[in-house]
Design a protein around this ligand. Structure first.
Ligand code: NAD
Length: 254
C-alpha cells in the first residue's frame, strides 16, 4: 500500500478547517491540525473526530500573522509524517467596521490574517511540495462575488485571495503543484454564528430561506469540495475558484 498523504490545515480547531481534517481522515490522509490560542476553539475535539474516522493527526499551534510560526507549521508535517502533499489556507477572521471607522490599523489587522496569512501558508507549503501536491485557499462570497456593507476590509482580503491563488497557480504549474480557491457562501460555523460581526443564529436562519437550497451550508459541504480540489480527481484543475453556496449567488432577484 502506498504511503499516506499528508495535509496541513490552518484554523482546524473549528468550522470548515475542522471538517476538512475529518474529511482527510476519512480518506487516510494525515493532517497537521492548525490551532490558534487566541480563540477558544478546542483542537482536541478535531483530533477526537479524526481518530473516530480512523485517521491520524497532530495538533500544532500556528498564528498565520507570523512567518516563522507558519514555516514551523509546514515543517511539522515533514517532522511528524515525512512529507507534505496538501495545504489548506483556511484560517480567517471576520470583523465589521463601517467605512468611517475603518482605521488603517483595522484594515492592516484584517489583511494580515485573511490575505497575508494565506500567502504565508501557500509559500511555506510549496517549499516542501513535489509533483502532484495541491493547495486550497478559502475566499468568500463577500469579496469573491458580492460586496458587503461594513466589511470592506474582509471583502478586499477575500478578493485578494483570488488574485493570489491565480498567480501562484501559474507559477507552480511547471512543478505540477495545483492551487485553487473555494468561495463559501453562508456556512454555519463559529464565524457566521457571531451576531456582532456576522449574521448570528437568527440571521442565518432567515438568510437560509432565501437560498435556493433552502438552508445555509454545513462545514462538511465545503470540506468535501476542498478535498476534491486537492484530490487526483481534480488533477488538471488549477487557478480556479469554486463557489459553494447552495445557489445563493446565482439566484435572480427582481
Ligand atoms: P471559524 O471561525 O470556525 O474558523 C476560522 C479559524 O481561523 C478558527 O479556528 C480560528 O481560530 C482561526 N484563526 C483566526 N485567526 C488566526 C490566526 N491569526 N492564525 C491562525 N488561525 C487563526 O469559521 P469558518 O467559517 O470555519 O472559517 C473558515 C474560513 O472560511 C475563513 O477563512 C472564513 O473567512 C471563510 N468563510 C466562512 C464563511 C462562513 O459562512 N462561515 C463564508 C465565507 C468564507
Amino acid at each position: 500500500m502506498s504511503e499516506p498523504k499528508v495535509a496541513i490545515v490552518t484554523g482546524a480547531a473549528s468550522g470548515i478547517g475542522r471538517a476538512s481534517a475529518v474529511h482527510y481522515a476519512q480518506r487516510n490522509i494525515c493532517t497537521v491540525i492548525g490551532t490558534f490560542s487566541g480563540d477558544p476553539h478546542d483542537p482536541e475535539e478535531t483530533l477526537r473526530l479524526v481518530r473516530e474516522a480512523g485517521g491520524q493527526a497532530v495538533i500544532h499551534e500556528v498564528d498565520v500573522r507570523n512567518t516563522p510560526s507558519v514555516d514551523a507549521f509546514a515543517q511539522r508535517a515533514i517532522d511528524e509524517f515525512g512529507r507534505l502533499d496538501f495545504a489548506v489556507a483556511n484560517a480567517g477572521i471576520l470583523r465589521n467596521a463601517a467605512l468611517a471607522d475603518l482605521s488603517d490599523e483595522r484594515w492592516t489587522d484584517m489583511l494580515d490574517v485573511d490575505l497575508t496569512g494565506v500567502l504565508r501558508t501557500l509559500r511555506a507549503g510549496a517549499r516542501h511540495m513535489g509533483e502532484g501536491a495541491a493547495m486550497v485557499a478559502i475566499s468568500s462570497i463577500a469579496g469573491g462575488v458580492y460586496g458587503w456593507e461594513e466589511h470592506a476590509h474582509y471583502a478586499a482580503a477575500k478578493a485578494g485571495v483570488l488574485g493570489l491563488v491565480r498567480s501562484v497557480a501559474v507559477e507552480l504549474g511547471p512543478r505540477h503543484i495545483r492551487v485553487n480557491a473555494v468561495i463559501p457562501g453562508l456556512i454555519e460555523t463559529p464565524q457566521s454564528l457571531d451576531p456582532v460581526n456576522s449574521l448570528g443564529p437568527e440571521g442565518l436562519k432567515q438568510a437560509g430561506k432565501d437560498i435556493p437550497w433552502g438552508r445555509v451550508g454545513r462545514p462538511e459541504e465545503v470540506a468535501s469540495v476542498i478535498g476534491f480540489l486537492t484530490s487526483a480527481d481534480a488533477g488538471y484543475l488549477t487557478g480556479q475558484a469554486l463557489v459553494v453556496d447552495g445557489g445563493l449567488t446565482v439566484k435572480m432577484r427582481a
